[in-house]
Design a protein around this ligand. Structure first.
Ligand SMILES: O=C[C@H](O)COP(=O)(O)O
Length: 281
């Protein structure tokens, strides 16, 4: 498997939909977007830290206004991973509070557990808080774990599950991640579920095919409504320089950003890349 890159933001789930009272979603997808002339050379790759985006300049612009899936809102999550100190996080929160963010974007940040309370009490309420993990069931004698109930108690609205770093470094598997996701959703926490594509798909530039296949899978195995409501977001070296081009792509309903989310102004640029999605080429 490749490193994490594709995530399902499960805001379409019943529980999360209740939490966020989504407005009328159109669920419209572009149907007339022309195919890339040379998908293998033009397509984006999902990458780890060694790999970088290929040039996007040869990508043929899509002459269509993109209608977002899900709530109709772009979704940008900042995964701070195991980074930060009280001091650096104070600065990051201050930069985010000062930033001008497009209003029609769901913005979420995921600090390390120990800083959630600090962030929650100092960050603008326009940005919601996510955890980076949660326990698979109700809390109890599970040393070192954090329960969904505790996350809700401290004000978190989301949790990232299935991140490749937890799959490959910690050893979590699909079954365990699936149980965690089910528990969190059932308890009313939004889930950002991460699904890595195969390395050979990534290297063949099939990232967008993976996104489309995910949507098709949901359609066939769950329902048209869930397929339409689920936001499929992209993660993997998204930054201030490549976000606008990435945002235009069909079946990219937002981003999960790692390193670039640690810099407030750059993260704001990524959030505001939604404007490029709204512009008809
Ligand atoms: O959770 C985020 C992904 O692992 C991407 O991280 P990155 O933007 O630092 O490549």
């Amino acid at each position: 498997m490749a490193m994490l890159s594709t995530s399902l933001s499960a805001a379409g789930s019943k529980s999360a939909a209740t939490l966020y009272s989504p407005p009328n979603f159109s669920g419209l997808r572009r149907s007339s977007c022309p195919k890339l002339e040379n998908p293998s050379s033009n397509s984006l790759h999902l990458f780890d830290s060694q790999l970088r985006l290929p040039s996007l300049s040869t990508r043929r612009p899509c002459r269509a206004v993109v209608a977002m899936a899900g709530t109709g809102k772009f979704f940008v999550g900042g995964n701070w991973k195991c980074n930060g100190t009280k001091e650096s996080i104070t600065k990051l929160v201050s930069d985010l509070n000062d930033a001008k963010l497009e209003s029609d974007v769901d913005v979420v940040v995921a600090p390390p557990f120990v800083y959630i309370d600090q962030v929650k009490s100092s960050l603008t309420d326009k940005i919601e808080i996510s955890a980076q993990n949660s326990w698979v069931s109700k809390g109890g004698a599970f040393t070192g774990e954090i329960s969904v109930e505790q996350l809700k108690d401290i004000g978190a609205k989301w949790v990232i599950l299935g991140h490749s770093e937890r799959r490959h470094v910690i050893g979590e598997d699909d079954l365990f991640i699936g149980k965690k996701a089910a528990y969190a959703l059932n308890e009313g926490l939004g889930v950002i579920a991460c699904i890595g594509e195969l390395l050979e798909d990534r290297e063949a530039g099939k990232t967008f095919e993976v996104h489309a296949a995910l949507r098709d899978w949901l359609k066939k195995n769950v329902s048209d409504e869930v397929a339409s409501k689920t936001r499929i977001i992209y993660g993997g070296s998204v930054n201030g320089g490549n976000c606008a081009e990435l945002a235009k792509q069909e079946d990219i309903d937002g981003f999960l950003v790692g390193g670039a989310s640690l810099k407030g102004p750059e993260f704001a640029t990524i959030v505001n890349s939604v404007t490029s999605k709204k512009v008809a080429a």
